[in-house]
Design a protein around this ligand. Sequence first.
Ligand SMILES: [Zn+2]
Length: 72
Amino acid sequence: MKYTCKKCGESRFFYVTVSVAAKQRIDLKEGSRHGIVYDIEPENIDGFYEDVIYCGKCDEQVDMEEWEEYQF
Ligand SMILES: [Zn+2]
């Protein structure tokens, strides 16, 4: 597997977006307000968005056609 980011030249670190379980506090002091997110559980991933891959260095979106080609 070999891919080079077209924007910054990164060839090692890339990432996909995931969703994890977490809590968001609701504050009732002045009406119901949703506040900070806490108790984030990185090991409890409930969604992977692998259709889009990003460069780990500059966040540029990977060209998925070229990415696919590199997989074989
Ligand atoms: Zn990049």
